[in-house]
Design a protein around this ligand. Structure first.
Ligand SMILES: [Mg+2]
Length: 273
């Protein structure tokens, strides 16, 4: 991970998954299927080896229960696997889960999103990504969306149809699965490390957008200046759909479209000529 030079500009942090593309692509559901398959394989092989006491549950059920418990208690299923000593290789997990998603079939570059990024005035503001994914997935997504050319991971396939595009995102703070007790959002430590990595000394200079309310609240608690919850009401259950666009709740603004950032944060966008 490279450190950014000292910089007094504001910094806007974007979450990646389900923030830079809509939840309607069902990425979260696909991820969940892959992770379920991983848990299932783990349980079946552990039973074969006789490593686990006999269970009343069938493996499918046990996988579901374990996955849900780990996700709920640790924020990320993988953290549960690592912290409960399942002898899992996090990079194998990443390859079989996020790494096996057919991203190119699921997401496409969105010209209006690229324009939104391009319209951010870089003399006033830096733009970074803050994700709970590993760098490989983060870079695959950002490359497909044409927001950032891959730098860190070496595993991206260099396809012949590679398109040239400008970097809209300067740096990526990701969940480092290779570190033994890695942090992720919403751990306060994850946000603090992000500031160190981007060389930010004043958290009030941070602007943040995430589709997870709990991640947004955590940033707010860390003193991050302007925190926005990206929420797509049409995709939620009917009872939840009354949410006001741009409504302020507990000091957090809720938006349903990233274009709303132009009105919300006019100071970070280039002035129209
Ligand atoms: Mg997200």
């Amino acid at each position: 991970m490279s450190e950014a030079p000292k910089d007094d500009r504001l910094i806007v942090w974007f979450d990646i998954d389900n923030t830079l593309y809509p939840a309607s692509v069902k990425m979260a559901e696909k991820m969940r299927e892959k992770i379920h398959a991983y848990f299932l394989e783990l349980i079946i092989s552990s039973r074969k080896r006789g490593d686990t006491p006999p269970s009343d549950m069938d493996p499918e059920q046990e996988a579901e229960v374990m996955h849900t418990a780990y996700y709920t208690n640790y924020g990320l299923a993988l953290r549960g696997l690592v912290l409960n000593n399942h002898n899992v290789d996090p990079l194998d997990f990443d390859r079989k889960c996020d790494g096996s998603l057919p991203l190119k079939e699921m997401i496409k570059p969105d010209p209006s999103l690229i324009k939104l990024f391009n319209d951010i005035d870089r003399s006033k503001c830096r733009v970074w990504a803050l994700t709970n994914a590993y760098i490989t997935h983060a870079e695959r997504v950002l490359e497909i969306l044409q927001l950032k050319n891959p730098k860190e991971s070496k595993t991206n396939d260099i396809s012949e149809d590679r398109v040239e595009f400008e970097d809209q995102i300067e740096g990526v703070v990701y969940c480092d699965y290779t570190s033994p007790k890695f942090e992720s959002k919403p751990d306060p430590e994850f946000y603090r490390k992000a500031l160190i990595q981007a060389n930010v000394t004043d958290p009030s200079k941070c602007l943040f957008v995430d589709d997870s309310r709990i991640n947004v609240e955590a940033a707010k608690k860390e003193g991050w200046g302007r925190c926005v919850h990206f929420y797509e009401p049409e995709l939620q259950s009917p009872g939840d759909s009354e949410q006001d666009k741009g409504a302020v709740e507990h000091d957090v603004v809720v938006i349903s479209n990233l274009e709303q950032l132009r009105d919300l944060w006019p100071d970070i966008f280039k002035k129209a000529v």
